[in-house]
Design a protein. Sequence first.
Length: 247
Amino acid sequence: MKYPEDFINKIIQGDCLEVMKDIPDKAVDLVLTSPPYNKNGFRGRKDNSRGEGRWSGADISYGEYQDDMDESDYKNWQILILNEGARLLRQNGCFFYNHKIRRANHKASHPIEWILRSDIGFYQQIIWDRRSCVDHNIGYLDPTTELIFWLTNGVPVCKKSPKFSTEIWSFPPDNNNSHPAPFPITMAHLVIEMTTKEGDTVLDPFSGSGTVAVACKELNRNYIGIELNPKYCEIAERRLSQEYLFT
């Protein structure tokens, strides 16, 4: 039998859904994550020749792990992850889920399509104004925003930041990071300070380069990070081992 302390303050290399299934019920106070967006799968492209670990136009490569699931499988996978997150949350806990509206083949896909099919409650939508984008197409307006879905299993406590007190948050993405698609540590700080207290536990099922874990260490919260790619696990551990953390 595994206990919550078996996972606390660790970056765990493995499949997020399988690792989450091993964590006991009601073990965390907050889930904060941004999954891969399945951009290649949504476009119907099953190969990724854009080069490892770098941006190329609007495409992202995660190295050996391709972002190209069958779209229906992707949506069902995301629902399973949301459901596991709901199981792991303590009463009135929050799940902040960063995703974007994707476009391909003259249509758009909104994440609410699968969020509303999950077990967790939809509390509020936050718009992240990235201030820029790499996807410039004459057929539609430049997509300079992403969405942060505030999901809950109860009535959360909200400690608003004076600077970010509305549902529109404006700050640039993190471009100084070896992960191809990190969200900014500003976002992690905002969410963690708004919905948790010192000593609480935060889970990131798609830990990447460890941004959420770093924010937790800076803010005296416990973290559980799960990441499939061992290269990014090493990067996260290296960031966490620094005596003075860099944001």
